[in-house]
Design a protein around this ligand. Structure first.
Ligand code: CP
Length: 335
């Protein structure tokens, strides 16, 4: 079976920690070796990106591989995923051909495919990513899907471990205001990786903004296995008390799927990350996957203050991308 890197839950704790360790070694190394020379990698995007696209392109190139970035539907034909569909609409090509064709040219395929935002039941099946995994004969990497952003989570784990031993520390995932109903991939993966790392997880969110029950069940299982706690609260301020890591992120409400969050100023003021809230923590670091809307999600004073590690966190996307590529492709004797 082809090895993929698409969902955190497919990988045991030891493997995720080993990837973060390898990324740390690569970060410290000045090596100019090209272990992936002669390989070609296709990074397919159905949605915009800055960090994911650039970090993977640079990671691939610095390991000697040739990166190709494809904006699916713009650089390529529009793609159909549904089995048995009568293709008389916009899509001119089915993933059933496109993915195996790409796999004949490339040694790994990666995909960013956000949820459609109309039906969570449908989005949760991740039709495009599932089709990539089904039809690819080479490793597939998830560059953010409806349910997770595992590459971001690896960089988050690395960033936390650069500053503290995570086991037994307090991790706060706090919902934040936004103008759009954003995907839940990042908060899902942030909660999952914190729990895997043995942290006590607090999720602060307004009523109706609970994460998917399957994700919560996985987080709970990891917390239980590590002797850590899982707490959910709607108290936006006291949630910060004693935190060692604050991870702010907006996401859309499953209970009102596809609807933008309230723009009520008092509601926004209650949930924005501020210096006053950070001062309630145990000298916490402030994390966000980026991009972030200043003074909506988080106040300038936090991003520009001593707590913020968001740029280091983004840098670590590069080192963890290299680790993922090496893990999937080194030793692969296909070529
Ligand atoms: N954090 C992250 O995935 O950033 P991009 O959306 O810019 O890739």
């Amino acid at each position: 079976m082809t090895a993929h890197f698409t969902h955190l839950a497919d990988h045991p704790r030891e493997e995720l920690f080993a990837l973060a360790d390898l990324a740390a070694k690569l970060k410290a190394s000045k090596s100019t070796e090209r272990p992936l020379a002669g390989r070609s990698l296709a990074f397919c995007f159905m949605n915009p990106s800055l960090r994911t696209q650039v970090s993977f392109e640079v990671a691939a190139a610095s390991l000697g591989a040739h990166p190709l970035t494809l904006n699916l539907g713009r650089d390529t034909w529009q793609m159909e995923f549904a089995e048995g569909s009568i293709m008389d609409g916009a899509p001119a090509e089915h993933l059933k051909e496109a993915v195996p064709v790409l796999a004949r040219y490339c040694d790994a395929l990666a995909l960013r495919s956000f949820p459609g935002g109309k039906s969570w039941d449908e989005d949760k099946t991740e039709p495009y990513l599932s089709a990539f995994k089904k039809y690819s004969t080479v490793p597939v990497i998830n560059l953010e899907s409806a349910t997770g952003h595992p590459c971001q989570a690896l960089a988050d784990l690395m960033t936390i471990r650069e500053r503290m031993e995570p086991k037994g520390k307090n991790f706060l995932l706090t919902w934040a205001p936004h103008v759009k109903p954003l995907p839940m991939a990042v908060p899902n993966s942030a909660a999952e990786i914190a729990a895997v790392a043995g942290m006590n997880v607090t999720i602060a969110r307004p009523e109706g903004f609970d994460l998917d029950p399957d994700v919560m069940a996985r987080v709970k299982r990891s917390c239980d296995a590590n002797g850590a706690t899982l707490r959910v609260t709607d108290d936006a301020a006291s949630a910060y008390d004693g935190a060692h890591v604050v991870y702010a992120k907006s996401w859309g409400a499953l209970s009102r799927y596809g609807e933008a969050p309230s723009a009520d100023p008092a509601f926004r003021a209650r949930w924005i990350a501020t210096a006053a809230k950070m001062k309630r923590t145990d000298d916490a670091i402030f994390m966000h996957c980026l991009p972030v809307r200043r003074n909506l999600v988080v106040a300038d004073e936090v991003l520009d203050g001593p707590w913020s590690v968001v740029v280091d966190e983004a840098e670590n996307r590069l080192h963890t991308a290299k680790a993922v590529l090496l893990k999937l492709l080194q030793g692969d004797k296909r070529r």
